[in-house]
Ligand binder design. Structure first.
Ligand code: NAD
Length: 447
């Protein structure tokens, strides 16, 4: 069913039009203009789908995409230049060059939690590298997906970029096509389905997945800032953020103090929104039930909910341990378990026993401790004394490892992800070196 769009894109890619730097720059500008045109509709759609307010929508969805486009517009000419590299003495007379070339027709599958950003930010990379693209936005945010389609239709002909709305069946049909690259963001479970489908055509993939991302708070941490920055990152978007703190692991000697600050900032930042029923909604009834079930045990703050509005109050659970239901899988909601440790080494072993998290945050005033933690636990990326900020800079690659994904993007890393590095050696015809030909004996002496 979607084969005709795929074939149109394949044919268009083969014209080599998208290889031109001017065409790529124009494409990025057209994308930005089309987003501007539909900015109000996007804000409205985010309200309609899960009550995301206008300032959050701009900060975490639209503004971040504008910055990504601007960064690519500024640097693309540099990134696209062929790079000359050294050539060993055994290759005397020749030159080595790496050319960046687009893969071809790419597929971008995105989730619902940042439905605009996570569909369009990868598209920026695909376009800047010179590919065509088919987007499959999430079926769980139908209003946003509809506006994404309008943005794409305003900016591009179908043969260049297309947005196909639909659910699992649509995805399955798309995944059966021989794409040249697949970029998937979503759960680890579906990540495996995507990778299996891609393997049938040996299509390279980037998988941006999730996991249980801890915040470790040591006894020498600045507890006020730790609490403030954890709370901000955790309860934004009602906890439905892939790099939100999933749980806190804090030194028992400062646990009570930390909880006091956590309660203070949660109340300060989010109480009014919840009281006025203006907090972000949980995406659907199933997820509401799932997250609601985690509210048990020793509740230090919150615990209330409005089922009909799918709203869960930011909730802190103290004295939790690894047997708490919230510790079974990624929480992906506004529930924050706080676990205590007596020994940091032992705490790190507990974290290493879980699948590799997408993010890890370490709060400490001791740089040696921070470095020790960073080097001892495998995870995608993270921050020292902050949460989530690492993903808002185009200079850092963003991606997971193991269960939290493979590959990376943002800024130059997006351009590289969507480009193949073609290595070319140019040999001289001014002379010929006899050493390289049989019987190689003299050549061996060189090594
Ligand atoms: P999801 O994997 O359920 O859905 C993502 C996409 O996959 C959707 O477009 C959906 O239609 C499709 N899909 C769902 N089931 C499918 C199936 N059986 N076969 C084929 N396609 C299928 O993910 P979600 O619930 O939308 O997102 C939540 C997850 O995504 C969390 O684990 C979160 O941590 C992760 N996430 C990761 C990042 C990141 O950048 N690493 C960002 C956001 C979310």
């Amino acid at each position: 069913m979607y084969e005709s769009i795929f074939n149109k894109q394949k044919q268009f890619f083969q014209t080599k039009d998208t290889m031109s730097l001017d065409v790529r720059i124009k494409a990025l500008k057209q994308l930005k203009d089309a987003i501007r045109f539909y900015e109000d509709d996007l804000m409205f759609a985010m309200r309609a789908d899960f009550n995301k307010n206008e300032s959050d929508a701009f900060l975490t969805e639209i503004g971040i995409v504008y910055s990504e486009i601007n960064f690519h517009l500024k640097n693309l000419a540099d990134w696209a230049e062929p790079v000359n590299v050294k050539t060993p003495v055994t290759h005397f007379g020749s030159k080595s060059t790496i050319y960046k070339e687009p893969y071809g027709v790419t597929l971008i599958i995105s989730p619902w939690n940042y439905p605009f950003n996570l569909a369009i930010a990868p598209l920026v990379g695909a376009l800047s590298a010179g590919n065509t693209a088919i987007l499959k936005p999430s079926e769980h945010t139908p209003h946003v997906s509809e506006v994404i389609t309008k943005v794409i239709e305003l900016a591009f002909p179908e043969k260049y970029v297309a947005s196909i709305e639909g659910g699992i069946e649509t995805n399955q049909q798309l995944l059966s096509l021989p794409f040249d690259y697949i970029f998937y963001t979503g759960s680890s479970h579906v990540g495996k389905i995507v990778m299996e489908a891609a393997s049938k055509n040996l299509t390279p993939v980037t998988l941006e997945l999730g996991g249980k991302s801890p915040s470790i708070v040591t006894k020498d941490a600045n507890l006020k800032y730790a609490a403030k920055r954890i709370v901000w990152g955790k309860f934004m978007n009602a906890g439905q953020t892939c790099v939100a703190t999933d749980y806190i692991y804090v030194d028992n000697s400062v646990k009570d103090q930390l909880i006091k600050h956590l309660k203070h900032y949660t109340h300060k930042f989010y109480n009014k929104e919840f009281e006025q029923q203006n907090y972000m909604q949980i995406i659907n009834d199933d997820h509401f039930e799932r997250v609601h079930n985690y509210i048990q045990g020793d509740i230090a703050y919150g615990g209330r909910s409005h089922k009909s509005r799918r709203m869960i109050e930011p909730t802190i659970i103290q004295n939790a341990d690894f047997s708490h239901p919230a510790m079974e899988e990624e929480i992906f909601g506004p529930v924050l378990p706080v676990l205590g440790y007596d020994n940091l080494e032992k705490a790190m072993i507990d974290i290493r026993d879980l699948p590799d998290p997408l993010a890890l945050y370490i709060f400490t005033e001791n740089d040696k401790t921070a470095q020790h933690v960073i080097k001892s636990i495998p995870f995608g990326g993270g921050a020292i004394n902050d949460t989530m900020y690492h993903l808002a800079t185009p200079h850092l690659p963003f991606g997971g490892r193991g269960n939290s994904g493979m590959g990376k993007y943002h800024g130059r890393y997006s351009f590289d992800t969507f480009s193949h590095s073609k290595s070319i050696l140019k040999q001289t015809t001014l002379f010929d070196i006899p050493l390289r030909y049989p019987t190689y004996r003299k050549f061996q002496k060189l090594l």
